[in-house]
Design a protein around this ligand. Structure first.
Ligand code: NAD
Length: 297
């Protein structure tokens, strides 16, 4: 299937899994992520309409005919927009692409009695292809009615991963909120220290260059998206607070020169990582070798 979808990508588009679907309406379809999905649906032969901020005057006509509605508006507006979707056709599939899942999913289930699916694409609008990209699925209601959509995304090359909405949001506290926040603070720190980035790069090993790239790339993107991701749940801020406390504890044993405590803690964490520690060492060596090759081509 993967090879077939790659080769058809080079021709006119992708195979259409559900050609009899009525029009797809993407709410927020002119936005960064919405636009990407609009393109993918059109490349797969679907009829797609975009419903933007100022289009709500014509919304009833569009929504009452829709075969699927995809919500791709900013996080802060998502639940308000979903709450307006109360008169969709009963067989219409209601989907959202929000970076958080619990609240949007419960609002979708309340607004619409038909099929409901929560998705979280784990990529941004800058990807060149969806091949091997991960999309998290939180099933809402009547999975059989949107199985075609899951199959369609697989044809795009997407890896689907199903998880409960609460588990998703907890994992995202670590994967997104904490990671983006620590990158943010690292950037703030380099800025306030007036670090000489050019010199740091000249003096750095490839792994530090990668680390700097992981931090620096954040600041080439939309601050509002990251503010919303971090602020999307009070659990995120509580997680960040615990991180801050642990950093404080670690600093205090450095300040008291407690070398043994550092080493003991290190062992405890090594044990926690278990086989992953060695696996991560091998994986990162490979990544660094690839990054090295790429810079010399
Ligand atoms: P964006 O700001 O680029 O796009 C949002 C679009 O929604 C804009 O075109 C805006 O005009 C429109 N909009 C706002 N309010 C509206 C309303 N009331 N009615 C109709 N349209 C409205 O944002 P984005 O980065 O594309 O993010 C959209 C969603 O996708 C968010 O929920 C975000 O969590 C999720 N997401 C984004 C990314 C990413 O990297 N950009 C990744 C994963 C998930």
């Amino acid at each position: 299937v993967m090879r077939e979808s790659y080769s058809s990508e080079n021709d006119s588009g992708f195979k259409c899994v559900n050609p009899s679907l009525r029009q797809i309406v993407v709410v927020g379809g002119a936005g960064q992520l919405g636009r990407l999905f609009v393109n993918m649906f059109r490349l797969s032969g679907y009829q797609v309409a975009v419903l933007e901020r100022d289009d709500w005057g014509q919304a009833d006509a569009l929504l009452s005919q829709a075969g699927m509605v995809v919500v791709a508006v900013p996080i802060e507006n998502t639940c308000d927009v979903i709450d307006r979707l109360t008169s969709l056709p009963p067989d219409c599939v209601l989907v959202d692409l929000t970076s958080i899942k619990q609240r949007p999913l419960s609002h979708m289930l309340a607004a619409h009695a038909g099929p409901v699916l929560g998705l979280h694409p784990m990529f941004g609008p800058d990807v060149s292809s969806l091949a091997k990209q991960v999309v998290v699925c939180c099933h809402g209601r009547d999975e059989a009615a949107y199985q075609w959509l899951l199959d369609q995304m697989r044809i795009w090359g997407v890896r689907l991963h199903s998880v409960a909405a609460a588990d998703h949001d907890n994992a995202m506290s670590l994967i997104q909120a904490l990671r983006h926040f620590t990158s943010f603070v690292y950037g703030v720190h380099l800025c306030d220290e007036q670090a000489d980035l050019k010199r740091l790069l000249a003096l750095s090993s490839p792994i530090y260059r990668l680390e700097l790239a992981m931090v620096g790339r954040l600041f080439a993107q939309d601050p509002a998206l990251y503010a919303d991701i971090i602020l999307s749940s009070p659990l995120n801020v509580q997680m960040i607070r615990r991180y801050h406390q642990r950093m404080g504890q670690a600093i205090s044993f450095l300040e008291s020169g407690d070398r043994q405590r550092f080493i003991d803690t290190f062992h405890k964490v090594s044990e926690f990582f278990g086989d992953y520690a060695g696996q991560f060492l091998r994986e990162s060596k490979l990544l660094l070798a690839q990054a090295h090759d790429a810079r010399h081509h």
